[in-house]
Design a protein around this ligand. Structure first.
Ligand SMILES: Nc1ncnc2c1ncn2[C@@H]1O[C@H](COP(=O)(O)OP(=O)(O)OP(=O)(O)O)[C@@H](O)[C@H]1O
Ligand SMILES: [Mg+2]
Length: 193
C-alpha cells in the first residue's frame, strides 16, 4: 500500500479522508457521499465510457477534497492507479519549468496518461491564459482517450464554463452522471459547523 501511495502522491495525512470518517451531517454531505459511493461501485462498468468521471464542486470546506481522496483510496486498494494532482502546486511547478521542454512534457504526460487523475481544487488562485492552456492539454487528452478524472473545485459549473468553455464543457460532459454542486453558504462549511 505504501508504494502505491507514493506513486499516487497521496500522503499519510490524507489517509484519514476515508468514507467511514465522512459524517453525513447535512443533506449536502449525504449527496456527496452517495454520489461518490455510486461512482465507486459503478466504476468498473463505466470506466471506458465518455461519462466515466466525477465532479464535486461549490462551497468551500464542504468535504469535496475529503470525499475525492476517499474515492482515490478506495481505488488504490483495488490496484486502480490514481494520481493526485493538487492543482495550485502543480500548475505553479509546471509554469516554472515551461522553458525546459523535456521536463515540461514529462510532467504533463504523467497527468495525461495515468489510469485515473484526481485534480484537487481546480482553478484555485488567480488564473491566466497559460493555466487554461496547460489544463486544456491535460483534460483534452483524457477526454479524447476516455481516461477518468475526479475533480474538486470551489467554483460552480457555470463559473467553470465561464473560465474556459473548452475545458469546462469537456469536464461537464465527462462528469455528467456523477456531479455534485454544493450550494454556497457557510452553513455547508464543515470547518465552521
Ligand atoms: N462530512 C464530513 N465528515 C467528516 N469530516 C469532514 C466532512 N466534511 C469535511 N470534513 C473535514 O473538514 C475539512 C475540510 O474539508 P475538505 O478539505 O474536504 O473541504 P473542501 O470542500 O475540499 O474545501 P476547499 O474548497 O477549501 O478545498 C477536512 O479536514 C475534512 O476532513
Ligand atoms: Mg478542497
Amino acid at each position: 500500500m505504501k508504494s502505491e501511495w507514493t506513486y499516487s502522491g497521496i500522503n499519510v495525512e490524507h489517509g484519514k479522508n476515508t468514507f467511514s470518517n465522512f459524517e453525513v451531517w447535512n443533506k449536502e454531505a449525504e449527496r456527496l457521499k452517495e454520489t461518490a459511493a455510486s461512482y465507486c461501485s459503478d466504476f468498473d462498468e463505466i470506466k471506458d465510457r465518455r461519462r466515466n468521471s466525477i465532479l464535486l464542486c461549490g462551497q468551500v470546506g464542504s468535504g469535496k477534497t475529503h470525499i475525492s481522496i476517499a474515492i482515490a483510496l478506495n481505488f488504490l486498494k483495488q490496484k486502480i492507479k490514481v494520481v493526485y494532482m493538487p492543482y495550485r502546486d502543480i500548475i505553479t511547478k509546471v509554469k516554472q519549468n515551461m522553458l525546459d521542454q523535456e521536463y515540461y512534457r514529462k510532467m504533463i504526460s504523467k497527468y495525461q496518461l495515468c489510469e485515473v487523475l484526481l485534480i484537487d481544487d481546480l482553478f484555485k488562485g488567480k488564473i491566466n491564459e497559460s493555466d487554461i492552456n496547460i489544463m486544456f492539454e491535460i483534460i483534452n487528452y483524457r477526454y479524447l482517450n476516455f481516461l477518468p478524472i475526479i475533480v474538486s473545485s470551489e467554483f460552480s459549473i457555470d463559473r467553470l464554463l465561464a473560465f474556459d468553455e473548452g475545458v469546462g464543457s469537456r469536464i461537464y460532459e465527462m462528469c455528467k452522471d456523477y456531479l455534485v454542486e454544493i450550494e454556497k453558504g457557510i452553513w455547508n462549511n464543515y470547518r465552521l459547523r
